[in-house]
Design a protein around this ligand. Structure first.
Ligand code: NDP
Length: 329
């Protein structure tokens, strides 16, 4: 299959790219600069241009940014849209987080409808951020599933970068479903909603401070930053990046995934149990399973529709740590 992958320089996209190549698909990936394209090329020295090519899209928040990128020879049959800002280092929540997420998502759908009639499937990386209701806190007794939507308001979104990020993902995903309903395009969409994503680094990093946001927590943990206290994150569920990559690629040709939202979690995150005890104070409960109970999750669609057998937390954390050490931690 000929696939356009957006945001190829990212942590998750790098795994999706490898999985697409392993399954024999041919890929064009968008990156923000020639330098980023060159780095990905260097990581795949034996892959010919016909199988892995690049197109530069500097800023997905610009209207029409994907107009040219969706056109290829041979033409695309599918798109995986991962590009979206996931960091909290922002000065303007609207401009730095919400606009690229929402305009980026509606932008690729509009450009595809207008310029790429051969595309039949678009898989979009959404997030648990678009499912969780932060106002409910730990919500013991509730089971999160695809029917849940984050009820975030503009006021919440502007309060801090974390809520701004959650809003960006919620509104981007809503905009995608509304687009399909109103515009009735020639393609169908699937959204995939993972929580905290951990796993080995296969993308190029300029420095460890440029590590993607979710793996920063593992870096801080092994760096000893949580010796005194492990700050809770509010997200107590997780998934491994390699399983997530498989999920995206399987969604491309699984008929049952058409028109579905797929909540993609391996389960509950209990960091203290799974890391070297030297990095934590004894009996540190923060970051572990809250004693008063916690929401549950329904990951049946990911297992049954996408055929995922989730990796264990132990395997994921061990491989993440190994890979962080290999890049110089
Ligand atoms: P990364 O930061 O590693 O990847 C983000 C990608 O988006 C990068 O390729 C980045 O390009 C690109 N990007 C961001 N803003 C723009 C922009 N304005 N114009 C063009 N490209 C842009 O993060 P992840 O791999 O973790 O995230 C990938 C996707 O997964 C995102 O949609 C994120 O919301 C989602 N997600 C991630 C989770 C996690 O725990 N990691 C959990 C749930 C969802 P560049 O590197 O050049 O800046």
């Amino acid at each position: 299959m000929r696939v356009l992958l957006t945001g190829g320089s990212g942590f998750i996209a790098a795994h999706i790219l490898d999985e697409l190549l392993a399954k024999g698909h041919s890929i064009v990936t968008t990156v923000r600069s020639q330098e980023k394209a060159d780095r990905i090329k260097e990581a795949h020295p034996n892959t010919p241009k016909e199988q892995l090519d690049f197109v530069i899209v500097e800023d997905i928040a610009v209207e029409g940014a994907f107009n040219k990128a969706v056109v290829s020879d041979p033409p695309f049959e599918a798109i995986i849209h991962t590009a979206s800002p996931f960091h909290y280092n922002v000065t303007d929540i609207q401009k730095d987080l919400i606009d690229p997420a929402v305009i980026g998502t509606t932008g690729i759908l509009k450009s595809t409808k207008a310029n790429a009639p051969t595309v039949k499937r678009i898989v979009i990386t959404s997030s648990f951020a678009a499912i969780v209701n932060p106002k409910k806190g730990l919500w013991p007794g509730h089971t999160y599933s695809e029917v849940d939507w984050n009820p975030v308001t503009l006021e919440d979104a502007k309060a801090n970068p974390q809520d701004g990020y959650r809003a960006s993902k919620t509104w981007a995903e809503k905009a995608a479903w509304e687009f399909v309903e109103k515009e009735k395009p020639n393609f169908s969409i699937t959204t995939i909603n993972p929580p905290f994503v951990f796993g080995p680094i296969v993308h190029y990093l300029n420095s460890l401070s440029a590590l993607n946001t979710s793996n920063l927590r593992i870096r801080d943990l092994i760096d000893g930053k949580f010796k005194e206290k492990c700050p809770p994150t509010g997200t107590f569920i997780w998934t491994d990046v390699r399983d997530l990559a498989t999920g995206h690629v399987n969604a491309l040709d699984t008929p049952e995934a058409v028109g579905r939202r797929i909540f993609f979690t391996a389960g509950i995150l209990t960091l203290p149990k799974s890391v070297n005890s030297r990095t934590m104070t004894p009996n540190d409960e923060a970051g572990g399973y809250p004693s008063g109970g916690l929401y549950s999750f329904d990951n049946n669609r990911a297992k049954e529709i996408l055929g995922i057998k989730f990796r264990t937390l132990e395997e994921s954390i061990a491989d993440t740590v190994k890979s962080l050490k290999a890049v110089g931690l």
